[in-house]
Design a binder for this molecule. Structure first.
Ligand code: FAD
Length: 512
C-alpha cells in the first residue's frame, strides 16, 4: 500500500509532521516541472533559487532516511504538468494513495484537487506554516470587502500573545509607524551593514536551463546569493537580528543609491526563505523577540515594525487572496490598459528613480518594499499600465514572488485594481514623496520640482492626470479631499498645461 506524497517547490518545511517518522511505504516526490517556470517568464535567479532549495531539501530528506524521488527537468521534460507526471509515476509504481499539502496558489490548488480525485485514496494536509488556517481566513475576511489591516493585526497580536501583556500592547502602543519614516542622511550611510550573501553554485542548474531552452530574464550568475538551506536561512536570520534589526523600522521607507549596499539597507531579505517555507514565520518572530530580550537597548519601534510585516501584512495579504480568488485576478477597477514599457526588462529609462529600482530588481531579483510600492508600483498606477502585465512582471521578477503574496500587493495595494479591497485610497504620489525619501532625484536628468515644460519630472504631471481622470471615483473619498481641493484651486490654464504635459508623456511611454 504505497503512498505518493508530493512536495511543491514552496513547501520546503522540514518541521512538517509528515517527516516525524520514517516509513518505507511512503515515497516523497520533488520535481522540477516545465509548467512551474513557464506560467510566467521568471528571473533566472528565482528559478535557480527554487531548484537549488528543492534539491537540497530532497537530499536532507534522503539523509534523514525517507524515500525520495527527485526529478530534474531532464527527467520531466516530456510531461506538461504535475498531473501528467504523476499519472506516469503511478503507472510505473502503482501507488494506492496520493497525498499533498494544501498549495498556497489557487491554480495549483485546483489542479491538485482534480488530480487527487483520480486516485482511489487521497488526502490533503495543511502546510503547517501560517498562523491562520483556511477556516480562520473565512472568519477574518469577507469576499469583496475591505478589512482594515491595523485592526486585523491587533487581533493577531492578542490571539497569538505577541508583544502583548494583559491584552494590552507592550510599549503602550500598537503601532510605532510614526517613528519609522526616516530618510537616510549622509552620516547614516557608513553604518549600513554589508549584506550577508551566500555562495551557492548554480552552474548545473544554469546549464540545465540552457539545455532545455528555458525562457528567463534578469542577471545570470553562477553564484547564487540567496539562502537555499535551513542552515543558511538561519544564518541570515541571525545576521538580521545582530546587524539590521536595530534600524529596521527607522529606515524601512528610505531609499538611496549612495552606497554599495543600497539595495538591501536594513531589510532582512528573508522573504525567499519564508515563502519557500524553509523558515517558519513563528520561528522568525520568536528569534527576533529573543534577540530583543537579550538586547533591551533595541528600541521597541524597530521590533514592532518588523513583527507587523510578518504577523500583520503577510497573513493579511494571504487572507485577501484566498477570500477573493479567482475573481481577484481579473480585477481592473481603474480600467488601466497601457502596455508595460520595455525598460521594465532592461532598466533603460532616463527616470533615475525607476532606473535604480528596475536595474536593482533585474540584478538581484530583489527590491525592498518602498521601491516596489512607491517607485515601480506608483509609476504603473499613474501611467495606467494594464494590471495583468504589472502582475506578470512582479510575479516573474522577484525572488519571493508567489501569487498569494504578490497579487494582493500588486493588483491591490499598488494598482487599486481591486477597487479598495486592500487600500482605502490609491498609493499615488508625485515626485515629492520620492525626493523626500531618497537621493534619487538629485541624480536625475528630469527636474524634480517642475510639473510642466522641458525636462519636467513625468511623475508630477502624471500624478495630476491620475487625480483628474479618476475624479468620479475618488473625489468623494474623505482621505482625498485635500488633493482635490488643491487641484480645484489651480487655474484652468495651469490644469490644462499639466494634463497636456502628462498626455505627451503617456504617448511616449517607451521613451521616458
Ligand atoms: P523586510 O522588509 O525585511 O520585511 C520582513 C518580512 O515581512 C518580509 O520578508 C515579508 O515576509 C514580510 N512582508 C513585508 N511586507 C509585506 C507585505 N506587504 N506583504 C506580505 N509580506 C510582507 N512580498 C513577497 O514575499 N512576495 C511578493 O511577491 C511580493 N510582491 C510585492 C509587490 C509589491 C507591489 C509590493 C508593494 C510588495 C510586495 N511584497 C512581496 C511585500 C514586500 O515588499 C516584500 O515581502 C519584501 O520587500 C521582501 O523583502 P525582505 O524580506 O527584505 O522584507
Amino acid at each position: 500500500c504505497k503512498t505518493l506524497r508530493l512536495i511543491l517547490g514552496d513547501q520546503l518545511n522540514a518541521s512538517h509532521s509528515w517527516f516525524r517518522k520514517k516509513d518505507d511505504e511512503i515515497v516523497y516526490l520533488i520535481a522540477e516541472v516545465n509548467e512551474e517556470h513557464q506560467y510566467v517568464k521568471h528571473h533566472v535567479q528565482k528559478i535557480c533559487a527554487f531548484f537549488l532549495a528543492m534539491h537540497q531539501f530532497a537530499q536532507a530528506l534522503a539523509i534523514a532516511g525517507h524515500q525520495v524521488i527527485y526529478l530534474t527537468l531532464d527527467e520531466t521534460k516530456e510531461y506538461a504538468s504535475f498531473a501528467e507526471l504523476i499519472a506516469a509515476l503511478n503507472t510505473a509504481h502503482a501507488f494506492n494513495n496520493f497525498e499533498y499539502q494544501q498549495p498556497d496558489e489557487y491554480r495549483l490548488s485546483e489542479q491538485l484537487s482534480q488530480l487527487a480525485s483520480e486516485f482511489k485514496h487521497s488526502k490533503v494536509y495543511s502546510s503547517e506554516h501560517f498562523y491562520l488556517t483556511q477556516e480562520d481566513i473565512n472568519e477574518e475576511f469577507k469576499q469583496g470587502e475591505h478589512t482594515t489591516m491595523e485592526f486585523f493585526y491587533r487581533r493577531m497580536r492578542k490571539r497569538f500573545g505577541i508583544l502583548v501583556e494583559n491584552n494590552k500592547p507592550i510599549g503602550g502602543r500598537w503601532n510605532f509607524d510614526q517613528s519609522n519614516r526616516n530618510k537616510l542622511k549622509e552620516a547614516d550611510l557608513k553604518d549600513i551593514p554589508e549584506p550577508l550573501l551566500f555562495d551557492n553554485d548554480a552552474s548545473d542548474i544554469l546549464e540545465r536551463l540552457q539545455a532545455h531552452s528555458v525562457n528567463y530574464f534578469g542577471k545570470e550568475s553562477r553564484q547564487l546569493i540567496w539562502p537555499v538551506t535551513r542552515h543558511q536561512a538561519r544564518q541570515l536570520l541571525s545576521f538580521f537580528c545582530q546587524h539590521q534589526l536595530i534600524h529596521f523600522g527607522r529606515f524601512q521607507d528610505a531609499m538611496t543609491q549612495a552606497t554599495d549596499y543600497a539595495w538591501s539597507i536594513y531589510h532582512s531579505r528573508l522573504s525567499f526563505a519564508l515563502n519557500s517555507k524553509i523558515l517558519s514565520p513563528r520561528e522568525v518572530i520568536e528569534r527576533v523577540l529573543d534577540h530583543w530580550q537579550d538586547n533591551p537597548s533595541i528600541d521597541i519601534a524597530q521590533v514592532e515594525g518588523f513583527i507587523r510585516q510578518i504577523l500583520g501584512w503577510r497573513e493579511y495579504v494571504r487572507g485577501i487572496y484566498w477570500r477573493n480568488m479567482p475573481e481577484y485576478a481579473e480585477k481592473n477597477a481603474l480600467q488601466a490598459s497601457h502596455p508595460l514599457p520595455d525598460y521594465f526588462w532592461n532598466g533603460k529609462t532616463q527616470m533615475n528613480c525607476l532606473r535604480q529600482c528596475l536595474t536593482q530588481s533585474l540584478d538581484y531579483s530583489y527590491a525592498h518594499h518602498i521601491q516596489r510600492l512607491m517607485v515601480i508600483g506608483n509609476f504603473c498606477l499613474l501611467f495606467g499600465i494594464d494590471p495583468d502585465q504589472v502582475d506578470e512582471w512582479y510575479l516573474g521578477v522577484y525572488i519571493d514572488a508567489i501569487e498569494w503574496v504578490e497579487m494582493p500587493n500588486t493588483r491591490g495595494m499598488t494598482q487599486f485594481a481591486d477597487n479598495g479591497i486592500v487600500a482605502t485610497k490609491p498609493y499615488a504620489a508625485s515626485s515629492n514623496y520620492i525626493n523626500k525619501m531618497s537621493d534619487y532625484c538629485k541624480h536625475c536628468s528630469y527636474t524634480q520640482s517642475k510639473k510642466v515644460g522641458d525636462k519636467a519630472c513625468p511623475l508630477n504631471s502624471a500624478y495630476w492626470h491620475f487625480i483628474y481622470r479618476h475624479r468620479e471615483k475618488f473625489q468623494s473619498n474623505p482621505r482625498m479631499t485635500m488633493v482635490y481641493r488643491t487641484w480645484q484651486k489651480m487655474e484652468d490654464k495651469q490644469q490644462q498645461a499639466i494634463l497636456e504635459q502628462a498626455d505627451g508623456y503617456i504617448e511616449n511611454l517607451n521613451r521616458l
